[in-house]
Design a protein around this ligand. Structure first.
Ligand code: GRG
Length: 304
């Protein structure tokens, strides 16, 4: 494993973990504790529990490709992580995956109740868009400020990633797909939306903030789509390995997945193919994209 990439990933995780609690409330707002209001504590737990921060890393890596100053990337990367945290809370609900364990801890609805879990997800999702808007409103003033036009661009892309052709759609299809209707194409659509869409938005964030041209954006999108799909398949593979400690547990009966559709060996082969396609998509950047290539290999080979 490339030590430079490991160092890079841990520095991004550290910056994001420090910034997230600062961004939970809009700037200048009093975050004093009201004992009757359980929502802030639930939202904090959802956002600050120990995730890998893979999507923020992708924002930073794509930003670096276009030499985007790091301080421009941090708040947009945190907005992506807020959407991801909201999606995990919703995914774990009894009406969805009915999960008991997430990130090695009891799921949010088990700790704070289903009502607070739903409201936490809504708050985090809303705050993600709010903080992007704030970055544009406060341009030139303090940390996290960005040109207003860039912020509108990010808001538009994030909204697309969340909506009727993004995460929400992927989850809806996943909940309804049956073993009989789980064709390869159907599974590809589910995972491209459920997982790939936020990877694509993360890569776009870094590239847009670095002033990427249309052809460069298309290359970065193709890279992200392929690693996103590969990431989801590795996730499924890890969950089916009995020896693997994933920190997750669900009561939902096994759902159609590439692992079930192709078998573990076939799924592993598909992961390798997707990672190779991802790396191919970077060829227009030459050696400048070496670290993104390493990242694709790192996600392909991950064991947790
Ligand atoms: C929030 C807009 C919005 C919609 C919600 C519930 C839902 C619609 C979507 C679920 C999407 C979902 C949970 C996809 C699975 C993606 C995945 C592989 C999650 C695990 O990601 P990691 O490994 O998790 O990065 P950590 O815990 O490290 O952050």
């Amino acid at each position: 494993m490339n030590p430079l990439l490991i160092e890079f990933l841990s520095s991004v995780k550290c910056e994001v973990d420090t910034r997230l609690p600062e961004l939970l409330h809009p700037p200048g707002r009093d975050s004093s504790i009201d004992p009757v209001d359980h929502l802030p504590a639930a939202a904090r737990d959802a956002l600050l529990s120990p995730g890998k921060r893979v999507r923020p890393a992708l924002v930073f890596l794509c930003g670096e490709l276009f030499r985007t100053p790091r301080n421009r990337l941090l708040d947009p990367a945190c907005a992506i992580e807020m959407v991801h945290a909201a999606s995990l809370v919703l995914d774990d609900l009894p009406s969805m995956d009915d999960a008991t364990l997430r990130r090695g801890r009891p799921t949010l609805h088990l700790v704070h109740g289903e009502d607070m879990a739903i409201l936490s997800a809504v708050s985090l999702l809303t705050r993600a868009f709010g903080l992007l808007a704030d970055a544009g409103l406060h341009q030139g003033r303090g940390s996290g400020s960005l040109p207003a036009a860039s912020c509108l661009d990010l808001i538009s892309r994030l909204s697309e990633a969340c909506g009727l052709e993004g995460l929400s759609s992927g989850q809806a299809l996943d909940l309804r797909v049956t073993p009989g209707s789980a064709t390869f194409e159907r599974l590809e659509t589910v995972h491209a939306r459920k997982t790939g869409a936020l990877f694509v938005a993360s890569a776009e964030f870094g590239a847009v903030l670095g002033g990427a041209r249309e052809k460069e954006l298309a290359a970065v999108r193709s890279y992200a789509k392929n690693i996103g799909l590969a990431f989801q398949i590795v996730d499924d593979l890890l969950e089916t390995e009995p020896s693997q400690e994933t920190g997750k547990a669900s009561k939902r009966s096994p759902v159609p997945s590439f692992t079930r559709h192709l078998g573990a060996e076939g799924a592993r082969l598909l992961v390798s193919e997707l990672s190779a396609h991802a790396i191919d998509a970077l060829s227009i950047f030459g050696s400048r994209a070496a670290q993104l290539g390493e990242f694709a290999a790192y996600l392909r080979d991950r064991r947790a």
